[in-house]
Ligand binder design. Structure first.
Ligand SMILES: O=P(O)(O)OC[C@H]1O[C@H](OP(=O)(O)OP(=O)(O)O)[C@H](O)[C@@H]1O
Ligand SMILES: O=c1cc[nH]c(=O)[nH]1
Ligand SMILES: [Mg+2]
Length: 212
């Protein structure tokens, strides 16, 4: 697995405010969106493109456009929804699929409660969005789900990642070819005894949408 940390001062600046427990929900939502827009720059570095002839007012030239089929963006509900607008702002022609996953806060096992995805992902470039990679259970299940549908080009984008979650992805997805790319805003210190990222930002879903 390729791991890219988007180590840019603007990203670290916005992450600091996102982490701050005094940051209210509306601000948290705005920051999550803005962070995704900044991470999109790194995550889409290898987005599929093709040459395309245009005329400027001065001359004919060759530019590029996104290839078909267009990328598929898959936010993991709920918290991944907070990154969706930031991503589709950068990739307006992308299609969007959904995966609903919830981690049991005692066993830390993830279950999938909803999905709306194309059946065949063989030729799709897929971007999976979830702000938090903690134990990695949710992301590994999500990626397995996509691989079962034929996906071979998968980039996971997270705002924060725990070293334990990265190690779990590396171990569990070692057989996925070609390898997965993980783009993250920060690799934090560790997980605590409740499976929360330290220092982290708390429960991303709750901070975005409230405790339900
Ligand atoms: O790496 P893991 O240990 O699997 O934990 C990370 C998962 O936990 C959070 O979702 P949660 O289950 O809280 O659902 P929510 O987004 O609806 O709040 C987060 O958004 C990830 O999906
Ligand atoms: O720190 C964590 C871990 C899992 N899910 C979250 O929202 N935050
Ligand atoms: Mg949550």
């Amino acid at each position: 697995m390729r791991v890219l940390t988007a180590d840019h001062p603007l990203i670290q600046h916005k992450l600091t405010y996102l982490r701050d427990k005094r940051t209210d929900s509306p601000t948290f939502r705005r920051l999550a969106e803005e962070l995704m827009t900044l991470l999109a720059y790194e995550a889409t570095r290898e987005v599929r493109i093709e040459p395309f002839e245009i005329d400027t007012p001065v001359a004919r030239t060759t530019g590029i456009k996104l290839s078909n089929p267009k990328p598929l963006v898959v936010p993991i509900l709920r918290a991944g929804l907070g990154m969706l607008e930031g991503m589709v702002r950068m990739l307006p022609s992308a299609e969007v699929g959904f995966l609903g996953m919830q981690r049991n806060e005692v066993t830390l096992e993830a279950t999938t409660y909803a999905n709306r995805l194309p059946d065949d992902l063989t030729n799709r470039q897929v971007f999976v969005l979830d702000p938090m990679l903690a134990t990695g259970g949710s992301m590994v299940d999500a990626i397995r789900f996509l691989v079962e549908r034929g996906a071979k080009d998968i980039t996971a984008v997270t705002l924060l990642a725990a070293p334990e979650g990265i190690a779990f992805m590396q171990e569990q997805l070692a057989d996925v070819a070609p390898p997965i790319t993980l783009v993250t805003g920060s690799i934090d210190e560790r997980l605590n005894e409740h499976g929360y990222i330290v220092p982290g930002l708390g429960d991303a879903g709750d901070r975005l949408y409230g405790v339900v």
